[in-house]
Design a protein around this ligand. Structure first.
Ligand SMILES: NC(=O)c1ccc[n+]([C@@H]2O[C@H](COP(=O)([O-])OP(=O)(O)OC[C@H]3O[C@@H](n4cnc5c(N)ncnc54)[C@H](O)[C@@H]3O)[C@@H](O)[C@H]2O)c1
Length: 388
């Protein structure tokens, strides 16, 4: 079978939010298919078996030992990424691991080393740096069409902190909070577009609600070695919603209704933590009503982004990009059927099947973890932190 016609047979490891969103993409992409899944939650496995007609396991090792699996999409919680990636590599399975790659640089190094030793491909995604608009912006930066890239501004205001959460997601020491979960999307985008090593970071965060005792908002300045500056702001407190600045198109490219504060109100109406955990799995996990998605009508995005070049400002829009140049404004429209998750699979299949180097490889994912840890360090030390 030629590399062009071969489909990589995927196991989905973890059928929560991330695995649940990615599974249909794996089934529909021309170069991949779904061949199995594993999760500890029997109800999620049952929904998955019904939809895809493939076997599931309650244990990661059982899925990874299946001979009919070529590759695994690791969508288990952060703290399991190292263990699951190492196990997959040892069993000769190619790996896409969800962001963040891991919680420490030592874990990232072990994952990179295991992939190299066993000759498997490892990429880290999905992050929004795979979004087609970011890809197009990257081309503009590399081509120099509007001169040198000088500055990036990114804002995202969401309801992140009040969606149902596992206890460790609210504990920074265990990888909880926005610095490990949400800000890595912005860091990944900034690193891709700047195209140079990160020199230093200065960040400040706040924990504004004692009921959700982890960082819920952050502002940071990233200084890249080529002089690009990136200013990142994220807030997950469910007051302002920056999708308002995006024509009420959600981050996953679907129209949405304004519902300020509704996520917090419905969480606080739950009688106890057990109900929160049940909702986390049953409503947000595979097949749950929180992620029953209609067709995508617009581009996926991660809030507002404005890139300042010598001769233009470029802004991400629901359709693609708006370019404010010397002679006026022009637009680049991108087809909604292509989005960041399709791009993850394109990049992965090109690496595995065509031998092309991946951009978002283990080293790239490690760089984003390194930057996230530097942000945390800067917050704790209340000063600028320089990277090695
Ligand atoms: N890229 C994105 O847009 C995106 C979106 C959501 C989550 N994520 C990332 O995906 C990862 C998972 O997050 P989530 O929100 O989907 O979590 P989740 O809790 O919704 O899902 C995790 C699933 O893994 C299962 N699981 C845990 N340990 C397991 C094990 N040892 N074997 C088998 N199954 C196991 C759980 O039962 C659960 O169903 C995180 O690293 C997160 O950062 C990325």
């Amino acid at each position: 079978m030629s590399a062009q016609s071969r489909r990589l047979r995927f196991g989905v490891l973890g059928l929560g939010i991330a695995g649940g969103i990615m599974a249909p993409y794996l089934a529909q992409h021309p170069r991949t298919c779904v061949a199995g899944a594993a999760d500890r939650h029997a109800g999620l496995r049952q929904r998955f078996e019904q939809d895809f007609g493939v076997p599931t396991d309650d244990d990661a090792a059982a899925l990874l030992r299946r001979p009919e699996i070529d590759a695994v999409y690791i969508a288990t919680p952060h703290q399991f990424h190292r263990e699951h990636a190492l196990m997959a590599a040892e069993l000769g399975k190619h790996v896409i691991v969800e962001k963040p790659m891991a919680l420490t640089l030592a874990d990232c190094d072990a994952m990179i080393e295991a992939a190299q030793r066993h000759g498997v491909t490892l990429i880290v995604g999905h992050t929004n740096s795979f979004d087609p608009a970011i890809g197009r912006l990257h081309q503009l930066a590399v081509s120099g069409e509007f001169g040198r890239l000088a500055m990036l501004l990114m804002w995202n205001y969401t309801d992140f902190l009040y969606r149902p959460r596992r206890p460790e997601e609210l504990d920074t020491r265990q990888g909880g909070g926005i610095l490990f979960n949400q800000v890595p999307h912005q860091i990944d985008i900034a690193r891709l577009l700047a195209g140079a090593p990160l020199r230093s970071v200065r960040a400040m965060t706040a924990t504004l609600d004692p009921r959700r005792p982890t960082e819920g908002c952050c502002t940071a300045l990233l200084d890249f070695s080529n002089g690009v500056a990136a200013s990142l702001t994220y807030s997950g407190y469910d007051h302002f919603d920056s999708d308002e600045l995006h024509g009420w198109i959600s981050s996953i490219g679907r129209p949405k209704q304004p519902r300020h504060g509704a996520t917090r109100r419905s969480l606080l109406a739950l009688p106890d933590g057990a109900h929160e955990q049940r909702q986390r799995s049953e409503r947000y996990g595979y097949g749950g009503d929180a992620y029953k998605l209609g067709p995508r009508t617009h581009q996926s995005h991660f809030g507002t982004l404005i890139a300042t070049f010598e001769r233009a400002d470029v802004r991400t829009t629901p359709a693609g990009l708006a370019i404010y140049h010397d002679d006026g404004v022009s637009e680049i429209s991108l087809p909604p059927e292509v989005d960041g998750r399709v791009a993850v699979l394109d990049e992965f299949c090109a690496a595995v099947l065509d031998g092309r180097p991946a951009v978002h490889d283990g080293e790239f994912g490690r760089g984003t973890v390194e930057a996230s840890l530097a942000l945390l360090d800067s917050v704790r030390q209340r000063r600028e932190v320089f990277l090695r």
